[in-house]
Ligand binder design. Sequence first.
Ligand code: PFF
Length: 468
Amino acid sequence: MQARENWGSRMGFIMAAAGSAVGLGNIWRFPYMAGENGGSAFILIYLAFVFVIGLSVMTAEFAVGRKTSLAAVGAFKSVNPSWTFAGVLGVVSAFFIMGFYPVVGGWALAYVLKSVTGLLADAGAIGDSFGAFITSPAEPLIWMIIFLLMNIVIVAKGISGGIEKAGKVLMPTLFALLILIAVRSITLPGAGAGLAFLFTPDFSQVTGQTVLAALGQAFFSLSLGMGCMITYGSYLSKDEKLPNNALIVTTLDTGVALLAGIAIFPALFAFGMEPAAGPGLVFVVVPTIFAQMGGFGTILSVLFFVALTVAALTSSVSLMEVVVSYLIDQRQMERKKAVYTTGAIMTVTGILSSLSLGIMSGVTFLGVGVFDFFDILTDKIFLAIGGMLIAIFVGWVMNKEDLQDELTNGGTIEFGLFNVWYNLVKYVIPVAVAFVAVAGIISIAQTGLMIFGLAVIVLLAVFSKKLG
Ligand code: PFF
């Protein structure tokens, strides 16, 4: 086996892991999910899931990765070959998420240029122009491909060369910009209604779907349930404190999501827009804010979409890395070849996905187009089940003493909450996720799609030993 690369520094790891977590999930997806699911109550449920389930699963993933020094599939396989499928499910999830993620990454990239080519000239037309852009046959494809090429270049360079540097420089920029936009947003006249939407919960509207959406969003946003954090943990040095790193990454990720909400909703209400407007939210509300700020707004808009692109990029490279490290570790492929193969296939899925929003919108499978197929399957089934499998694996398959050893760096550091964490992972999380998944899945419209997703997981489990 090739020697394992390591993170250049502690800061480098946190930046890269936070870079994976903070992405389109926080800035594009979180606001529109919150908007579609009634705002505040959804956010509170989301926060509870993040800090009880997400934080524990992230700690578990780091522990599995560092203990085995292997990426997702190899990590499961090395402990028990019957569990190989849980890792492969993660690779499938990463691949599926990359079926739509680069499309949205491409939108972000396109909006950098659009910010200086007239998008902001007519604030009233920004919404329509977004709709026209994403449904057009060629333009979004070009941006999607450029975005994918950036991924290919970074991942081909290897873990500490490319990914780490990109994260270190550009994550803080994003943070600063969001704060700036949030301040502008809350000081707009009429912004109060947006703050009320964010912070006054109405639990009467909560359904099984809301709860599943919050759980899916928590896993998606934290990059959990698919082995990404196992893979990143496998590169982590033996003297890092895993629970602390998990807490830092979770807090940063949640901070950015909330900040994105605070940036968007007050302005949205101030402009009299619809909170449930869907995936266009950030691409319409933020430019509208900037459109009213003159030349300065143009500069800020460029900066914002550059930062959004970079946030998307530091996440998508981690997704691509899950697939690539599977090919390197389990299929003995050379890194460059693994990256180019993966990149080529993702270009095809990305093209289909983008076209499914426009000229191919009539082409559906199990009731949904390609973009939604990838999005719904991963968000509503694969990640939740993947997170549950990791919890079951850690709680019931791995050795408790080994875990304690891993989380306390061989007894050299304290982890006072070890037993709380262990019982959460072993008992509470599997039951809670199963409960939410069942409640959500039965209340979801696309029954056929759900059955298909579950069948994929069962098939992977049956053929587990052949997959490694
Ligand atoms: N966490 C990323 C986001 O919020 O945009 C998306 C993601 C990255 C999900 C990596 C899963 C993953 F493994």
